[in-house]
Design a protein around this ligand. Sequence first.
Ligand SMILES: [Zn+2]
Length: 940
Amino acid sequence: MLICTGGAFAQVKKKPAAATAKKPAAAATTAKPNLLPVDPDVYIGKLPNGFTYYIRRNTEPKNRAFVYLVDKAGSLLETDAQQGLAHFTEHMAFNGTRDYPKNDLISYLQTSGVKFGADVNASTSFDETVYQLALPTDSAKVFERGFNIMANIAGFVTFDPKEIDAERGVVLEEARMNGKNAEERLQKQTLPVLLNNSRYAQRLPIGKEDVIKTFNQATIKSFYHDWYRPDLQALIVIGDFDPKQVYQQIKDHFSQFSNPTPEKTRTEYAGTTNPGTVVKFATDKEFQYALVQIVSKFPQTKTKTPDDFFRNLRVNIFNQMLNARINELTQQRVPKLLFGQASYGNFTGRQDAFSMIAVGNSNGLEVAVKTVVGEAESARKFGFTLTELERAKQNALLQIGNAYKEKDKTSSTSYASQYLQNFLEGEAIPGIDYEYKFYVDNIGKITLAEENALAAKFITDQNRTIIVEAPESQKSNLPDEKTMLAWIADGAKNATAYSDDVNTSPLLPNLAPGSKVVSMVEDSILNMTKLTLANGVRVQLMPTKFKNNQVLFNGYSLGGTSLASDHDYPSANLAGGVVGSSGVGNFTQIQLDKKLAGKDVNVSPYISDYTQGLSGNSSAADFDVAMQLLYLYFTQPRKDNDIWQSTISQTKSLLSNRGVNPANVYADTTAAVLGNYNPRAMTFTTAQLDAASLDKAYAFYKARFADASGFNFTFVGSFTKEQIIPYIEKYLGALPADHHNETFKNLGIHPPSGQVTKIINKGIGDKSAVQLIFSGSYDYNDINNIQLDALESVLNIRLTDRLREKESDAYSPEAGISYLKIPDGHYKATISFQCAPENVDKLTADVMDEINKLKQSGADPKDIEKFAAQDARSLQLQLRQNIFWAGYLAAADQNKENPDKVLQHIQNLGDVTPQTTKDAANKYLSGNNLIKLILMPAKK
Ligand SMILES: [Zn+2]
């Protein structure tokens, strides 16, 4: 369940669950005995001018490198006149440097197969600005140019006044897109309190609108001059390359810079705390939920020594145990809250915090607050149990064990954040060998008393801020400060000891006899095997070496909710989700989660519009458990009335205020129009939920999983055919099958034909959203699919160029084209952008103008070259990922396609020419079927 939350929420930075520890570079040579070691696989050093570098060779993914330029300058260093210019500088880095005037940088990268947004990106925060680039290393020319690009950003941004003026609109549109909503308005009220009026509250990276509109070249140049300098910069390079060559590149490109004279002192700002408790209430007309956030701040802890590392491990286990308890509460028959969370971790402003969040449901905010507070207090007063501690330890060991086993298959990007924190905060980076050994050697020493002591330390009414956010309509029902404090006190007073509900019986006591493989077809091109079992179950096996210890699987058959009557549709639609969270066999979901502690296994069933099935993953060691679960979801799904009641009531709570948020109204209207107002395409109503029943849902689920002979299963990952077949015969071979050849029913739910324009007037913010949707029936095949992919890519380049770069009136215009074969061939091309309400007509006309140009002359050959380069590069990566193959092989079977064709794909990219894009534009963007959906502010 995804919950949209208020501004304060967004500011809480969550620490990664398993705290990875890091260490400063200097310590590598001084090696003080009580400091954590530095990962021996990373080269860290400084050039004579103070520029820092991190170099690590890593071959996953192959032929790729990830380059990060970090500058320890963010919005906190801005003067009053510069508010927003750290972020604006980041934008200017892509709008003119010494060697890449104007937009040439992006264009050059795109031609090399690098995708804007995915492979090249940047971000600005309070303390730092980070630029990132994913590059191919099989082309030395492209890879080496990457260093030149980063050097241009580090020292040669031109800040051409014309380019500055053109970018003002883009940044204002970025601010409009991410803001002018309930979250931003709430944040304006709560952030100064949450951050205690520290500099963090006054320096949000997006800055001030009037500064962005009026600042001059000298003001932004002075920020760049003062803070883009070698002693504050680092280059982090991780990937498939020769480290010596990379070092040479760094030396060649970054030695030329020197610090400015005079050198400004970089002040390190920290958040501040208030003694005692401060309470802040904030409401907004368009906010959907009532929530309370209770934050107790503590001094920042950094990880430098083994003791620090051990502390992180204890905190990790504490967070796990407490949240497992809170999670149980949302599964009760009458849930006391919509969402709850409590954890200790990093907090904005170089501080730590213990943060609790409670979101109310129809039972009200009071119950939610008292429940979360009561749960934390229960841990403090009565402590955790030994069984809870044991499970948390097993889960922590599982996590670190997985990372250790995959250490030579770890993606380069996952190292980047560790090195960033090492550079920025001096956090230790001992490396996975050390971390794994540390866990194994020390986790057993953690005692209940220590964990209980953490609860006593974290739960405090000192340095505490309480933020209450709610819909404006609930303003009169909100407590005052005194009442809020009384709720918290009551919640604590009434805390009760936790009782651990554990089921120790075997997961699967009885298994029907299996059946043997009756046919086997080898596909030597893909190294894949297709099997059929005696009970009719079909299986695709693809052993790979992309991971050391991962098996991914899925299984599907045709049918889905298309087989339910309109009347029974709501029950059918809820069936997969409800059964999937109701446990299995004799185990409730809570008991099942506990039974699976320390096991690397996930299996979940689903029922979608036209199919039903399961998907899951496991380690090699836990594969047997995964197969037991799969068998149980077919043969012994649980019917749990508590989970049903809970789901209905939580869904109602989610719906109750849904209409106050303009983004929801726009999304719901879009879905309704595109589904031609078929009730199945529309958001549920309370009446539909009331009419749904568990009996119907459960019966529908059972019927969908009654006949395994219609199922095709795909297994991809670290196994051999010989190892896996006995399990397949034992479990999949034992699935019931009555061979009734079920398939889906085509309900003909498609976007309406002809022209439809719908304007939705909703919302108080000065913002609009536009979608132009072209659709129609489609002959699904490889040749057409590639043409649509090309059209999408070319449209994206053109629309960005026109709406963002030329007009400066939109931040991220997007084109997305999808095509389907099931239930019948259909395509949908969606162009969407957000903008100022007064620009809607003009930008819509601009989009149509770009489409008309495509129809008249086809795509620019350069744009086709960019598409082909990017598509080939991203496929090369996908072909080495289990997750790609698991999805691809299942889809190929569903669409009755020969999976081998994927190997022809890159060659087929050559079929795209200006003429074919012209034909595709005329055929698919004719405008015969065109839906325009426009969100405008509410009429005053
Ligand atoms: Zn930006």
